[in-house]
Design a protein around this ligand. Structure first.
Ligand SMILES: Cc1cc2nc3c(=O)[nH]c(=O)nc-3n(C[C@H](O)[C@H](O)[C@H](O)COP(=O)(O)O)c2cc1C
Length: 177
């Protein structure tokens, strides 16, 4: 798909229809996400993919608050994204800048941006969710303590086309010098 079309068509989708996603399709999406840039190419972003139908249903119920459960009721899979703490932006165990682990979150955000665009390019839709139950997720997916859990991303096929949510005018967000 042409890039400008791709970025315009991507939406946060909150209504999914029953649809299968294959292991290969999920593999393609997470692989594309690894093409994102990262601090010193450290690639500290991690994905935990919940793909089997029974696990998807149980995960939805335990990992998400009601609002996000409803929005992703028929989503085909969930991808939890994390990063390995105290590595990105660190040297000899010390933060290199005032942002500390902010750089790990930054790298993961880039990774996740690639991931949601890759999903759209493969014909799927996504919802990034910051509202999630971290304790349940860590225990269920055996995520090590040294990783910070950031987002849960639902993947599936849209049941309807959501309208584009308004963007601020560039004059309010960008300054040229
Ligand atoms: C870090 C992050 C966390 C988000 N958390 C949620 C969430 O918990 N539930 C939800 O419905 N949408 C969530 N969203 C989706 C945003 O509301 C959405 O991206 C924004 O309204 C713009 O709409 P669009 O993605 O369709 O362009 C989140 C998005 C981001 C980037």
């Amino acid at each position: 798909m042409e890039f400008s079309t791709l970025i315009k068509e991507r939406r946060s989708v909150r209504a999914y229809r029953e649809a299968e996603i294959t292991h290969e399709e999920l593999l393609g999406i997470v692989k594309d996400a690894t093409m994102a840039p990262s601090w010193k190419n450290m690639q500290a972003s991690r994905c935990y993919v919940v793909e089997s139908p029974e696990k998807v249903a149980a995960f939805r119920e335990g990992a998400l608050p009601g609002y996000n459960q409803n929005s992703t009721e028929k989503a085909s899979a969930y991808i939890v994204t994390t990063f390995v703490r105290d590595t990105v932006g660190f040297a000899d165990g010390k933060p290199q800048t005032e942002l500390g682990n902010g750089w790990g979150t930054y790298d993961l955000g880039l990774h996740d941006a690639y991931l949601v665009l890759a999903a759209r390019n493969a014909g799927f839709d996504t919802l990034i969710m910051g509202l999630r139950n971290v304790d349940f997720i860590r225990e269920t997916l055996s995520i090590p303590e040294e990783e910070t859990i950031v987002s849960v991303i639902a993947v599936g096929k849209r049941a309807l086309d959501p309208p584009l949510r308004p963007r601020k005018e560039l004059e309010k967000t960008v300054k040229f010098f």
